[in-house]
Ligand binder design. Structure first.
Ligand code: NI
Length: 478
């Protein structure tokens, strides 16, 4: 009796394993070609060192044409081929147990485009179209920029190197801004819920390089916005990101303006009875952009109570709306800087337009303070050779930052304070925005913690002296 039980048990287990293996084989392991009678052929292309392997299957129910780009690097071919095979598996899974409507066929068409190619780099996109009347996406895309010397994909992380966190945060912000603008232009409601959920720093990794001055990101319908918007292609200019791309990898891919000249500035003993000597003590400069705002008074109270100085980069057109705050900033020993008249990308303006943005703002500020600002914060940190030339002409210095709190992205005082405390070094310049309540409320914790550690909060005039490096950029003083 017992023997019989064991025998039957064994048979049952054996049969179950057999069933499981069969299911696994059908769904996972089965070759993608089983649905058709696939034929291959080879085709030359107009691109150097690239041939196309075309796989065609044509049956009563299915019509499929798949192009595999084939370069001289096996690792590159493998990466692209793996993605194309994923596209094909999706299609095969959809159509496997279905029949097309009478007189029609399920269709698949996978092709590729070379976006840019030279000896060192290959930027390439592959797109899958499907016609199968199902819920699956009808169109998908994948793209890469390959370093053809190593045969590896260049990711945003490679491109930004040690500035990866800040650089990728900027890229996701700019992509979202472009999506919002496209929704507006199409008269669709601006809904960022899909983009906010999908576009995480991990998600944004690959990019295309249409030329030496831009990065492109492609999205299929519904990937990051309402499918009604269709396929999206977002192109970002390197001008607005080169602050984060001061490294060899980025330089060999793009025309990057070097900002090394005055990146690190030596602090000096600034004249004045009360000025601390930043050569000897641990100075730190908090800077606040985009104001003055309704929160600025509260911030000035905090700074006064804690005996801290800071710097304010004001937007010119806001100045006349809150003249008393501007007067108070000056009276209480803070440095007032120029953040342009209307916050445009200076890199998109002509020299003349840049100069109007700066001088109009200088005039509005000196009407309140009787002093012309010498420090400029270019909106978004965007600079190019034209901006440098205008700054030199106007005898002004651009001040960027060494610690990016990204307080525009995280409206959370604790996160903002922690980023400052974690990133600080003597001579650090911190960027914050006094138009966000959460940023203003982070300041007491920042000052209390760092004062305990021996830091002195100074204005830029106290840290650098007035107008330290006309025509150049300063990112910190150390
Ligand atoms: Ni700003």
């Amino acid at each position: 009796m017992k023997k019989l039980l064991i025998l039957w048990g064994s048979i049952t287990v054996f049969v179950l394993i057999l069933i499981a293996l069969t299911i696994w084989y059908i769904f996972v392991h089965a070759p993608t070609t089983e649905l058709g009678y696939e034929k291959y052929r080879w085709k030359d292309t107009k691109y150097a060192r690239i041939r196309t392997k075309i796989a065609i299957s044509d049956t009563d129910q299915i019509s499929s044409t798949v192009e595999y780009p084939t370069t001289e690097k096996k690792s590159v071919n493998d990466i692209i081929g793996k993605k194309i095979d994923e596209f094909r598996t999706t299609f095969n899974t959809e159509v496997r147990f279905r029949k097309p409507p009478r007189g029609q066929k399920f269709e698949q068409n996978i092709s590729y485009q070379v976006i840019r190619q030279n000896k060192e780099y290959l930027s390439l996109a592959t797109t899958a179209f499907r016609n199968n009347t199902s819920d699956f996406p009808e169109r998908e895309t994948a793209y890469w920029t390959f370093d053809m010397r190593s045969g590896r994909v260049v990711t945003l992380r490679d491109l930004f190197a040690d500035k990866a966190t800040d650089g990728i945060a900027r890229v996701t912000l700019y992509i979202k801004q472009a999506i919002a603008a496209k929704q507006k232009a199409a008269n669709l409601p601006v809904d960022m819920s899909i983009a906010d959920a999908v576009l995480t720093p991990q998600y944004v990794s690959n990019f295309l390089t249409p030329d030496r001055s831009s990065l492109r990101f492609d999205f299929w319908p519904g990937e990051v916005a309402d499918p009604e918007l269709g396929s999206l292609s977002v192109t970002l200019t390197v001008d607005n990101l080169q602050l984060f791309m001061q490294n060899e990898q980025a330089r060999s891919l793009f025309g990057i303006v070097p900002i090394s000249q005055a990146t690190h500035y030596e602090p000096k003993k600034v004249e004045g009875a009360t000025a601390p000597n930043c050569v000897r003590v641990k100075c730190i400069a908090l800077t606040f952009d985009d104001g003055p705002s309704k929160y600025t008074d509260e911030l000035l109270d905090t700074l006064r109570d804690k005996r801290a100085h800071a710097s304010f980069f004001l937007i010119g057109k806001n100045v006349a709306q809150r003249p008393d705050i501007v007067k108070r900033q000056k009276a209480e020993g803070h440095t007032i800087g120029n953040h342009t008249w209307s916050h445009p990308w200076l890199t998109r303006l002509s020299a003349n337009e840049i100069e109007i943005q700066l001088t109009q703002t200088n005039d509005a500020i000196s009407a309140q303070t009787n002093e012309k600002p010498t420090y400029v914060r270019p909106p978004n940190g965007a600079v190019n050779q034209t901006v440098y030339a205008s700054l030199e002409k106007l005898n002004m210095t651009a001040v960027l930052w060494s610690v990016d709190t990204r307080d525009w992205a995280d409206r959370n005082s604790q996160i903002v304070a922690n980023r400052v405390i974690a990133g600080v070094k003597p001579g650090a310049i911190i960027i914050l925005h006094d138009v966000h309540k959460t940023s203003v409320q982070a300041v007491p914790k920042i000052i209390d913690t760092l004062q305990k550690n021996g830091y002195v909060f100074v204005s830029l005039d106290e840290m650098l002296g007035p107008n330290a490096a006309p025509g150049k950029i300063i990112m910190n003083a150390q």
